[in-house]
Design a protein around this ligand. Structure first.
Ligand code: CO
Length: 271
């Protein structure tokens, strides 16, 4: 006999699917661990699964013997495991190609979702004006205390050719209302290191803290930002007489950023 109030088998299970680009840097795993810890403490009774949108990363992870599902593989598996409600959380930074591909995958999945009755997507980090404001606050709160106000903080976003690249300069505008020496550049979009250097020179900056505005401090942070190659941001700024202090931490290593994703998931679950 089934007791009243206890979950019936036909109620099925609720799951969270966390979807990130992925990383193969073992040092960057700290970000994923911190995300998982934050989500787990907010949703203690809910199963958490992971998927990675980058095929290149998935292949590398598989070679290292790690489970590396694509979003569609993970969704299929969750349906087979009798999950009836799935809350997908994009751990991307902006709503670029990776995020929109994920939305497409979910739409496709909805058509032959088996027993899955409800599937939602929330995120990415900069999903709307409120999240932008929260992210700006989180940035101000995680700048190293040793940084003096006449020293610049240069954040490096990933950047993209997708129109959502506009989120980076939009966030910079917001940051500079409170601190004129914070800058936001991108590795693969606009503005790049030369444009940021122009601004640093305008503000007579002699020291710049370099911080990745990427969830993990992986290849871009270690090489494009802080590497010794002549094209790295550190080298470009050094050549212009600016001393650089790189911080090799992804933003997902800091709780205030993970909290943004947690509150997006909470909103999705309450709907
Ligand atoms: Co990249």
């Amino acid at each position: 006999m089934v007791q009243a109030g206890s979950p019936q088998p036909e109620d099925g299970k609720t799951g969270i699917l966390l979807v990130a680009f992925g990383t193969t840097f073992s040092e960057a795993q700290a970000s994923f661990d911190n995300i998982e810890a934050g989500i787990k403490s907010a949703f203690a009774d809910t199963t958490i699964q992971w998927a990675y949108t980058s095929e290149m990363i998935r292949n590398k992870m598989a070679q290292q013997g790690k489970t590396a599902h694509s979003p569609s593989q993970a969704l299929k598996e969750m349906a087979e495991q009798d999950f009836t409600k799935i809350f997908v959380q994009s751990l991307h930074t902006i709503a670029g190609y990776e995020y929109h591909d994920l939305v497409k995958t979910i739409r496709k999945f909805e058509h032959h979702a088996g027993g899955v009755k409800k599937i939602t997507i929330s995120g990415p980090l900069l999903a709307g004006p409120e999240d932008m404001a929260k992210a700006a606050r989180a940035i101000h709160d995680t700048i190293p205390e040793k940084r003096a106000s006449d020293e610049a903080v240069v954040l490096l976003g990933h950047g993209t050719h997708h129109p959502s690249n506009a989120a980076y300069p939009a966030l910079m505008w917001r940051l500079q209302r409170d601190d004129k020496n914070i800058f936001m550049g991108t590795v693969e979009g606009f503005p790049g290191p030369e444009e940021i250097l122009e601004q640093l020179e305008k503000n007579n900056i002699s020291t710049a803290w370099l911080m990745p505005f990427m969830s993990v401090a992986g290849d871009h942070a270690r090489n494009d930002m802080a590497g010794d190659g002549e094209d790295s941001w550190k080298s470009v700024f050094n050549d212009a007489g600016i001393d650089c202090k790189p911080v090799l931490k992804g933003f997902a290593e800091y709780d205030p950023f993970v909290d943004i994703w947690v509150s997006q998931l909470q909103t999705a679950m309450e709907k």
